[in-house]
Design a protein around this ligand. Structure first.
Ligand SMILES: [Zn+2]
Length: 369
């Protein structure tokens, strides 16, 4: 069976925040972080709630890579207050935390009425505002706990590009390359279908048209808005199609060497395109054709796409090789076996179009160094 599931109501544009005033709610629980409080972004959300007389409580303790402890505390507070509206405001971490709070609150007490879950992303990267995934970190046992459940898909996503305006260039670049990786991996995944392909293609086009503009001029609101839409579209695609080994490698490099997710994806993506081109080169040729790059043959299309990705990285100061990231050479090469095992066990590897062996991954990691 082939299926596509898209549940989230997506509101975007300059007056998108007004959709908060249309929700039938009495009490809101806002999950966010300290930075959102300091920048006044939380106040913006609250002003819309005030207009409709919706009372609110702010839980602003979410750290990056939210811990199980934080999420448990949030879930307890949420249950005590019985809010019927849960608003996640921030980057991937507050949205992941809010989803996990809904999940744990529901587990703890089945009679809890599920709140309306609204996600307001302030970065253009994770697509978390439309996916059923959340990751929390058990800091005591040093393990990541991935959660995946339909319950976690937000009911409403509000895409207001003004929240992304102050993102610094380096973060704009890295998170934007995460969007591109989501879209390319979704387009070439084993579980890709006609519907996921439409979203993935549009997201790829948006990244190539608008990412560099947003990177060079953060106040370019047309570029910011399209990157936010592209991020959301890529999320719609990969939530249904899964991803591939660029993500598996990025997860492993992130866990072991603390390399930021988007940056790791950006550096590894060209090598993975080359690796996968032996099985799905025609997909890369299709992408290259869509971007009006030279693509008369599969080989030419693949090479053109790889060059376009490398050029985009270079234009945004993203290193071309893993050796240029902050990883010691000896540490890296001593851990190639471990990394490749992690990659093979990563859930994203299931979506990769070409089934890799451990040897293949080690070879790829050496080429990317
Ligand atoms: Zn990603």
């Amino acid at each position: 069976m082939t299926q596509f599931y898209g549940k989230t109501k997506i509101c975007y544009g300059v007056d998108a925040m007004e959709s908060l005033e249309q929700l039938a709610a009495k009490k809101a629980f806002i999950v966010t972080d300290q930075f959102m409080v300091k920048t006044g972004f939380v106040d913006r959300v609250v002003s819309h709630l005030d207009r409709r007389g919706v009372s609110h409580l702010v839980f602003s303790d979410v750290e990056s890579d939210p811990s199980l402890e934080t999420v448990t505390r949030g879930a307890k507070l949420f249950l005590e207050n019985r809010a019927d509206l849960l608003i996640a405001l921030g980057g991937g971490s507050p949205i992941d935390a809010a989803k996990a709070i809904v999940y744990f609150a529901h587990k703890a007490s089945e009679d809890v009425v599920k709140p309306t879950l609204v996600a307001i992303p302030t970065t253009s990267g994770t697509g978390s505002e439309v996916t059923d995934i959340s990751v929390v970190t058990d800091k005591v046992n040093e393990v990541k706990i991935p959660l995946s459940d339909e319950l976690l898909i937000p009911d409403v996503a509000i895409l207001d590009a003004r929240f992304t305006r102050t993102l610094p260039p380096a973060i704009t670049g890295a998170t934007g390359m995460d969007v591109l990786t989501h879209a390319i991996e979704a387009y070439t995944s084993r579980q890709a279908n006609a519907f996921t392909s439409i979203y993935a293609r549009y997201a790829i086009r948006y990244v190539f048209s608008y990412l560099l503009r947003a990177y060079r001029n953060g106040d370019d609101m047309e570029a910011r808005e399209h990157m936010l839409l592209g991020s959301c579209m890529a999320g719609m695609a990969f939530n249904n199609s899964g991803l591939g080994i660029t993500h598996s490698i990025a997860h492993s490099l992130g866990g072991m060497f603390h390399i930021p997710h988007g940056l790791a994806n950006a550096v590894v993506l060209p090598q993975v395109i080359r690796f996968n081109s032996f099985d799905v080169g025609i997909r890369f040729q299709e992408i290259a054709q869509m971007l009006s790059l030279p693509a008369a043959t599969v080989e030419e299309g693949t090479s053109s796409l790889i060059k376009a990705v490398c050029d985009l990285n270079e234009a945004m100061g993203i290193p071309a090789r893993i050796s240029m990231l902050e990883i010691g050479q000896e540490e890296y090469f001593n851990n190639l076996e471990v990394i490749s095992c992690n990659v093979l066990n990563d859930i994203c590897t299931q979506g990769n179009p070409r089934k890799p062996s451990k040897r293949d991954i080690i070879e790829l990691l050496k080429l990317a160094w």
